[in-house]
Design a protein around this ligand. Sequence first.
Ligand code: ING
Length: 313
Amino acid sequence: MSRKLALAVAQMGPVHLADGRKKVVGRLLEMLKEAKARSADFVVFPELALTTFFPRYWMSQEEAVAKYFEKSMPNPDVQPLFDAAKAAGIGFYLGYAEIAKDGHHYNTAIIVDKSGAIAGKYRKIHLPGHSHHIESAPFQHLEKKFFEVGNLGFPVVETMGAKIGMCICNDRRWPETWRVMGLQSAELGVLGYNTPSVNIHWPEPVHLRMQSHLLSLQAAAYQNAMWVAAAGKCGAEDGFHMIGGSAIVQPSGEIAAQAVTEGDEVIFANIDLALGDTFRQHVFNFAKHRRPEHYGLITERVGAGPPLPPVTE
Ligand code: ING
């Protein structure tokens, strides 16, 4: 029996240094309106949606906090989004830089339900990049400097009749992210991302950025029998280009919808959550087929180590 969720992914074009939060929230409101016109139940916005991707710039933690972190959520700058979504009866995922009540700094995302309440929070666990300044690089990627490793696990929020798993950007590249959601029976995994086109560490062909982005989403969806929806912030932010490719992926791994621009663009799919049931009952029936007794290394080791002693008899 089908269980439909009208799902929108709101890809954002560039947010420049000069773009204040009010202007950005105005863009989010426009896309929320478009999602409403498509009768969406839920909208996914990008990672760090309210500001430019500031980890590309070297600055002190104090300066970053003052300019780019949200001291509370909601707050006066984003309240119009909360109000409009509640009035429209739409839930949403929103990524932002968080200062927690205990003073810790996280790359965070929330799920807000149709009543306007925060139904779930996630703090990014896989922080890419570095914490020192790389003199030779055309830009920095300082997520390990500005953010702490998330402390909320990979939550699966039950809202709008769906079990929705949350992650952020680099998390999508790690299969552990998705398996932990899958083991909580997630039917949809949502994320925002900001993915630079240029690799500052080695001359990676630029087409591989889109390839690895989509491959990560499609593999995650198929191998965990869930829908996956990813909202990018993309285009050239003050000249620093990030990939688009926002997408909605089916539990089969097929792409159901994909952005075609590098601007503000709403993509949409009226997803049937029941589509994952078939995969969960058969090929990815975890209870029937998984053998955790052989997976020990996955949690015992952080980095790769020597091969385990082979059995020769
Ligand atoms: N951005 C990038 C991402 O994971 C990256 C960083 C790109 C790491 C490509 C490795 C390879 O999409 C964020 N914000 O995590």
